[in-house]
Design a protein. Structure first.
Length: 140
């Protein structure tokens, strides 16, 4: 009678290892996907902050359009550099323009677009290739 119990126990000894081997790839994909998605959200927040800072700097600058664009670009670069994102590298576009249809000169629209490759290759099917944000600042 004890032989039957020992034999049944011996038959299931490797079952846990087989189940773990089957589920491990799925768990790794989930973990790496969560890490990559979190990194994408962090970069997106940096781009959002940079666009907001650039729009504010351009809108409050009392100079002409060239001075507003220079102030906005400097603020965008400073905000991205503070977050370890380099806008000076290729793949980053900053567009600064006066607000469309606005009577006041104290308005600026900034669009920041940055190429996003992600940390881990292979997740490009579900994550965007570029991250962009548009910010508008009006000063009364």
């Amino acid at each position: 009678m004890s032989w039957g119990f020992a034999r049944a126990r011996r038959d299931v000894r490797g079952a846990a290892a087989v189940e773990f081997a089957l589920i491990l790839p799925i768990l790794l994909i989930l973990v790496f996907g969560i890490v990559n998605y979190g990194d994408m959200l962090s970069v997106r927040q940096s781009v959002s902050q940079a666009a907001s800072e650039g729009a504010r700097a351009a809108a409050v600058n009392p100079g002409d359009n060239a001075a507003k664009i220079a102030a906005g670009r400097k603020a965008v670069d400073a905000a991205l550099d503070a977050q370890d994102q380099k806008c000076s590298a290729s793949g980053c576009t900053v567009t600064i323009a006066p607000c469309v249809g606005e009577i006041t000169k104290s308005c600026a629209t900034v669009v920041v677009e940055i190429d996003y490759d992600g940390i881990i290759a292979g997740f490009g099917l579900v994550l965007p290739d570029t991250l962009s944000y548009t910010a508008v600042a009006r000063v009364s």
